[in-house]
Design a protein around this ligand. Structure first.
Ligand code: ADE
Length: 253
């Protein structure tokens, strides 16, 4: 049976995190192996292991050798995802991580969303015919009603960009599009997954509120650990369920 047929089992799942601090708690709970290089020359690292019937690969972009911090951002996410999908070709890909949320959409710190609507890019301004739309991207998110229901999570558009803070123009864009999660990776991962036809789910948990006066970086640093713990609870439930031997049809419900 072809890999992505509805009745095909999910034999391999890959999970992409930008930051080691976001993904390590899940790797530890699932007792995955120590990290190894994903691809020669890249700092990206992968931790693997088996959860029930499913092989799990948990991937980080890795630490930038010059700046000494995790390689967050769209360009690193795209490169890591490309290398991962070329090497492993999982039947299901998950982008998990943290995001900015919105009081106006009912979010609070720790609220966790699944991507629904479109993957957007909010700071990719190209005022040329056709290229303007390329800049915004607008890739329809794959929906998994059974996962949404099982985890009890809301969905909405996820918008990605290269900055932690937001300009006034970007805030207007978020309102117009009803964005629920502002991050720095999802749209890039969605582009590669869509090109290579790998089903993608995105799960993002709120560390800071875009429409709150506190600077995003202060809230992010204060809430990273507690929000990651909530994200990890949801991710662990998802991975253990997939490990029971579910099919694509089961995920869609
Ligand atoms: N990740 C966590 N908070 C974020 C924010 N405000 N913007 C982009 N990415 C984030």
């Amino acid at each position: 049976m072809p890999e992505h047929e509805p009745e095909a089992r999910i034999k391999q799942i890959a999970i992409v995190y930008a930051m080691e601090a976001e993904g390590t708690p899940l790797a530890e709970r699932l007792t995955l192996n120590d990290a190894v290089e994903l691809h020669q020359g890249l700092p990206a690292r992968v931790r693997g292991g088996r959860v029930g019937e499913t092989e799990v690969f948990l991937v980080f972009n890795g630490r930038d050798p010059v700046h000494g911090v995790d390689r967050i951002g769209l360009e690193h996410a795209a490169v890591t995802t490309w290398a991962l999908l070329e090497k492993i070709k999982p039947q299901f890909l998950v982008n998990a991580g943290t995001c900015g949320g919105f009081l106006s959409r009912g979010a609070s710190i720790g609220t966790t969303y699944l991507a629904g609507g479109d993957y957007l890019i909010h700071d990719h301004r190209i005022p040329l015919p056709g290229f303007d739309a390329l800049g915004v991207s607008r890739i329809p998110a794959g929906r998994y009603p059974a996962i949404e229901e099982r985890l009890g999570l809301s969905t909405g558009p996820v918008s990605s960009g290269s900055s932690l803070d937001a300009t006034e123009g970007e805030r207007r864009f978020f309102e117009k599009e009803g964005v629920v999660a502002k991050d720095m990776e999802a749209a890039a991962i969605a582009r590669v997954a869509d090109d290579l036809q790998i089903p993608l789910l995105t799960m993002k948990a709120v560390t800071d509120l875009v429409d709150h006066p506190e600077p995003a970086q202060d809230a992010f640093l204060r809430n990273l650990r507690s929000t990651t713990s909530q994200l990890t609870d949801h991710m662990e439930r998802l991975v253990r369920w997939i490990g029971e031997g579910v099919t694509h049809a089961d995920l869609s419900g």
